[in-house]
Design a protein around this ligand. Sequence first.
Ligand SMILES: [Zn+2]
Length: 366
Amino acid sequence: MTVLSNGFLKALTEIPGGPGDEGAVRDLIARTLYPHVQDLSVDTMGNLVVVKRGHGNSGPKLVVSAHMDEVVLFVTDIDEAGFLHVATSGVVNPRTMLGKAVRVGPERLPGVICHGPVHHIKASQRGTMPAVEDLVVDIGAQDGQTAKAKVKIGHRLIFQTPFRLMGTDQTIAEDAPLPKQGRMSGKAFDNRLGCAILTELLVGDPLDFDLIGVFTVQEELGLRGALAASHHVQADVVIVLEGTVCDDLPGPSGEQRYPTTRLGDGPALTQRDRRYIVHPQLLQYLLRIASDHDIPYQFKQPNIGGTDAAGFAHFRGIPVGIISVPCRYIHGPTAVADLSDFHHVLALLRAALPGLVNVPGVRHQH
Ligand SMILES: [Zn+2]
């Protein structure tokens, strides 16, 4: 059984799910998992907690987690000319946003992010980028009154980006399995790719012991869902799945560069980020499993970004590991990822889970 079709990735990445508004993502995941798991529950913040029963052996309380939310914009003002003024929910790079198509509010109204015609930009401003608060969104309204009839302050704007398999212009059937090689583009790869891998894991064969999947909310606003979930889930060990920064791009010639990660070099393993130092024995274990199974891996450049790992470790300082799919251009409208990296993250996870019970420092509470 697999859920990894072209259509599942398309659905999972194209649906809206800004911080605090993850319901559509959660529903799709819950509907997909329902026939394959023993318990599904949603906590007061909106985290989805899924239990896949094992063969009955007692073991550590093992959690694999992925955040459901994506970076979005929201409306802060509607001016007399009918343009929407915006702010971001999560960090978004304004360089990536000019001219992009968005969907606005619950009615999903089409909009375009604009910033004045090039003819009106002074020569001195041409090399600079606008701040997010200077961007406006055109929804085709003739005036403010028309816009205000449709859009309210606080409505969210979601990037309108189709999921695509790259390297072909052929239409691929929705039920076609996700290819093992090649590259894909779409929105919300941070972190719907993690959600897709966790969903696939939970529809698969049971382990000897219970596996708990936690799909968190509001990671992009400071790990808020994970912090709340950590206390009621009470894990012994957590693996956090992520879509992470990849900047393996050409820079100025002659400049020596150390990309955060590289596309196609395999799962990115975090040693430390700005919020968390990965449990050393757990990291050593993941490295050993990768080499035992011939699964490529790379280290993510340290001290970049933060993940739900810090949120889960808040509970008793439990060990947490972080495995990521490198994604170019995340925190913008369109990302690009490598399919072999994606499948290798799943392979590494499957290979690593059964032996997590024996990793020193993983405590049995049950
Ligand atoms: Zn993320």
